[in-house]
Design a protein. Structure first.
Length: 225
């Protein structure tokens, strides 16, 4: 089975909510206040000979009250989530300067090597590393051993010249004969320059400026060790 690879493989799972929860809460509170004002006005101006039936209004008032309480609970939970996120970010600040391993683009400065952690299919008899630039264009193909041993990519083209500095993505293609068994982005080691809140999660900022969620990291090492 072939797993397709697209340029969206490095998205950090950002939220695409159409409206922020704070705006939703504000709208619910505004509707509740408007309803109470209308109910009060109707009660003040009703015909005493034909008083209005308050059963329906009482039911609606109860429903709006429940919504208001739920909104307050949601705001409280969001506040707690934010505090937990900040605590996690503070705890992960020790990762700055370390090398994390995850599926991420690698930054090539013109001379540094990038450590790639391939994970080929067990049934493969050949493995190829496909290097893509920031636009997703293939710039190089390198034959690798059928092994999960780390590979040091030196950033040199087939003529021995260094490629342009910038971010590169690495795809591992596992084949058996002429059949492509698996195609997926490879994990690499990248230096953590900064930790930053990314929605409700902690994001790690790479040397190239990309954001990698801390939850996607599978290994951590000291580059000086």
């Amino acid at each position: 089975m072939t797993t397709p690879v697209t340029s969206t493989g490095f998205n950090a799972g950002q939220s695409n909510s159409s409206k922020p929860s704070s705006q939703q809460a504000s709208g619910l509170t505004s509707d509740f206040d408007t309803f109470v004002k209308m109910l009060t006005a109707q009660a003040k101006n009703q015909d005493p000979l034909e008083p209005m039936d308050s059963t329906e209004y009482a039911a609606q008032l109860a429903q709006f009250s429940m919504v208001e309480q739920q909104t307050k609970s949601n705001n409280l939970l969001e506040g707690l989530q934010s505090q937990l996120g900040l605590a996690n970010m503070a705890a992960l600040s020790g990762w700055v300067g370390m090398e994390a391993r995850a599926v991420a683009p690698g930054y090539f400065d013109g001379s540094n090597e990038i450590t790639i952690a391939p994970n080929p299919a067990a049934a493969a008899d050949s493995v190829t590393l496909v290097v893509q630039d920031k636009n997703g264009t293939e710039v190089q193909r390198v034959a690798l051993p059928v092994s999960a041993e780390p590979f040091q990519w030196n950033g040199l083209d087939d003529d021995g010249n260094p490629l342009e500095a910038g971010e590169y993505a690495f795809v591992i293609e596992s084949s058996k004969g002429d059949e492509l068994l698996l195609q997926e982005y490879a994990e690499i080691y990248f230096k953590v320059n900064e930790t930053r809140m990314q929605g409700g999660e902690v994001g790690l900022i790479t040397e190239g400026g990309s954001v990698v969620l801390a939850s996607s990291v599978n290994a951590l090492r000291d580059p000086e060790a």
